[in-house]
Design a protein around this ligand. Structure first.
Ligand code: HAM
Length: 413
C-alpha cells in the first residue's frame, strides 16, 4: 500500500531508469568541460542568505520571492542555493584563487532550489550543470563558454536548439540606458500590466519578458541596449560575434534578451529549444564583471553559464536508452550457482557489466529476466559443465569453450 507521504510539491524522485539517463548526460558534460580545461568544483547546498542577496541582487524575482530561506539554531539566516555563480565566486575568493594563473576555469553540477510555481520543466528542486571562467575580460572567454554549452548540447543530440545573444554593456552604460528605459515606461504607464507598472523603478528590464499585450506594444518601441552600445562595449560584443562566426556557432542577436539575475554585464546568452513548452530555455549565462567586487574582492572579470539538467532531458524526450548489461549468466541447473558466481566476479573484474539471478528463477524465467534488464548476451551454464552463449539481439546461440568463458565474453577467445 502506498504511504500517505509524497515528494514535496515541485520536487521529484530520480528513479534508476532516469538516473541512468542523467549519468550519461553528466559524463558527457564532464568530458566536454574537461577537454577545455575546466576543473570540477562543488560548493555547499546552502550558503549565508546575504551571499545571494548581494550576488544575485535584491531586485530579482529570485531573491524577492523564490528563495528557501531558514534560520539555523544559532540564529543565522541561511538559504538553499538558487543558483551556483555566487557560490563559486565566494569559493574563488575564500580560497585565494585570484593568486592562481588566470582565468580560473571551473565546472559544477548539482541540485538548486527556487520556490517557483511548478510546471513542466520548472521545479522547486532542479539540477544545473554549469561552468565559470573567472579572471579574463577577453571576448575569447565569452566565446569559449558559449562553445562549451553548444558542444555539450550538440554531443548529446539535443534537437531544435537556438542560441540567442545580447549585450548589456558595462554597468555605467547600463545605468544610463535603464534611466531612458524607465522614462519610456513611465511615459506609457497606462498601457502596461499592473505587475510591470509596479516594478518600473525596481526592474524595468523585466518588461521585455511580459506576455501582456499592452506591455508588448510599449516594448516594441522601447529603446534597446544593444543598439546603443558604444566604445569598448561595442568592440567587445563585435569580437564575441566574430569569434562565434569563426567557430561556426550560429546565433541570433536578440536585443530584448533579459536574464533574471542582476550581476550581468556585457555579453548575455540563452540557448532555447523548440521542443520545450513555456520553459523553453535550456541554459544561459553571460559575463559578470562586477560580481566578485560586489562580494568583497578585487575587480575581476568573469563569464559563465548554467543549464537545466531536467530541461535537457525533456528536450531529448527522455528517450535516452537504458544502458543495458553486457551479459547475464544463467544456470540451467541450480548446482551451477557457485560456478556462475565465480564467473560473474571474474567478468566484473574484467570491466564487464554482468548480472545473475538472485531470486531463484526457473531457467526460462532467467532468460526472460535477462531480456528485461537489456542484457546483450546470456551465458548459459549447463548441468553437464558445458556452456552456451546466446546473442539476445540475433537470438543466435552457440557452444563455447567452458575453460575460456572470460575470454569468450571479453573477446579474447
Ligand atoms: P538561470 O538562467 O537562472 O541562470 O538558470 C540556468 C538554467 O537553469 C535555466 O536556463 C534553466 O534551464 C534552469 N532552471 C532555472 N530555474 C529552473 C527551475 N525552477 N526548474 C528547472 N530548471 C530551472 C543561472 O542560474 C546562472 N547562475 C547562470 C550563470 C552562470 N551565469 C553566469 N554563470
Amino acid at each position: 500500500m502506498a504511504s500517505k507521504f509524497q515528494a514535496p510539491r515541485g520536487t521529484f524522485d530520480i528513479l534508476p531508469e532516469q538516473a541512468r539517463a542523467r549519468r550519461r548526460l553528466e559524463r558527457a558534460a564532464a568530458e566536454v568541460f574537461g577537454r577545455a580545461g575546466y576543473e570540477p568544483i562543488a560548493t555547499p547546498v546552502f550558503e549565508d542568505t546575504d551571499l545571494f542577496e548581494r550576488g544575485v541582487g535584491k531586485s530579482t524575482d529570485i531573491v524577492r520571492k523564490e528563495m528557501f530561506t531558514f534560520e539555523d539554531k544559532g540564529g543565522r539566516s541561511l538559504t538553499l542555493r538558487p543558483e551556483g555563480t555566487a557560490s563559486v565566486c565566494r569559493a574563488y575568493l575564500e580560497h585565494g584563487m585570484q593568486k592562481l594563473a588566470q582565468p580560473v576555469k571551473l565546472h559544477y553540477l548539482g541540485p538548486f532550489f527556487r520556490h517557483e510555481r511548478p510546471q513542466a520543466g520548472r521545479y522547486r528542486q532542479f539540477h544545473q550543470l554549469g561552468a565559470e571562467c573567472i579572471g579574463s575580460d577577453s571576448p575569447l572567454a565569452d566565446a569559449e563558454v558559449i562553445m562549451l554549452l553548444s558542444d555539450l548540447l550538440g554531443e548529446l543530440g539535443v534537437p531544435g536548439v537556438e542560441l540567442r545573444l545580447g549585450s548589456l554593456g558595462s554597468f555605467e552604460a547600463r545605468r544610463t540606458y535603464l534611466e531612458d528605459l524607465k522614462a519610456h515606461l513611465h511615459a506609457h504607464e497606462g498601457e502596461l500590466s499592473k505587475d510591470v507598472r509596479e516594478r518600473i523603478d525596481i526592474n524595468p528590464l523585466r518588461a521585455f519578458d511580459s506576455d501582456h499585450e499592452g506591455t508588448r506594444g510599449v516594448m516594441g518601441s522601447a529603446p534597446t541596449i544593444v543598439e546603443r552600445l558604444e566604445g569598448e562595449d561595442a568592440d567587445h560584443f563585435a569580437e564575441v560575434r566574430a569569434l562565434l562566426d569563426a567557430s561556426g556557432i550560429a546565433y541570433v542577436i536578440d536585443p530584448t534578451l533579459v536574464r533574471g539575475l542582476d550581476y550581468y554585464t556585457r555579453t548575455i546568452f540563452s540557448f532555447v529549444c523548440d521542443r520545450l513548452g513555456a520553459q523553453s530555455e535550456i541554459g544561459g549565462g553571460g559575463r559578470y564583471d562586477g560580481l566578485i567586487e560586489q562580494l568583497g574582492g578585487q575587480t575581476t572579470p568573469a563569464v559563465g553559464f548554467a543549464a537545466g539538467i531536467e530541461r535537457i532531458l525533456l528536450a531529448l524526450d527522455e528517450e535516452v536508452a537504458g544502458e543495458g548489461r553486457d551479459a547475464f549468466v544463467a544456470v540451467a541447473d541450480p548446482e551451477q550457482r557457485q560456478r556462475a558466481m565465480a564467473l560473474v566476479a571474474e567478468l566484473r573484474h574484467a570491466g564487464a557489466s554482468v548480472e545473475l539471478d538472485l531470486a531463484g528463477r526457473s531457467f526460462k524465467s532467467q532468460l526472460k529476466h535477462a531480456n528485461r534488464i537489456g542484457a546483450r548476451r546470456v551465458l548459459i551454464l549447463e548441468a553437464d559443465g558445458s556452456a552456451q552463449l546466446r546473442d539476445m539481439e540475433s537470438g543466435e546461440q552457440r557452444a563455447v569453450d567452458p575453460g575460456n568463458l572470460v575470454g569468450e565474453m571479453t573477446g579474447e577467445a
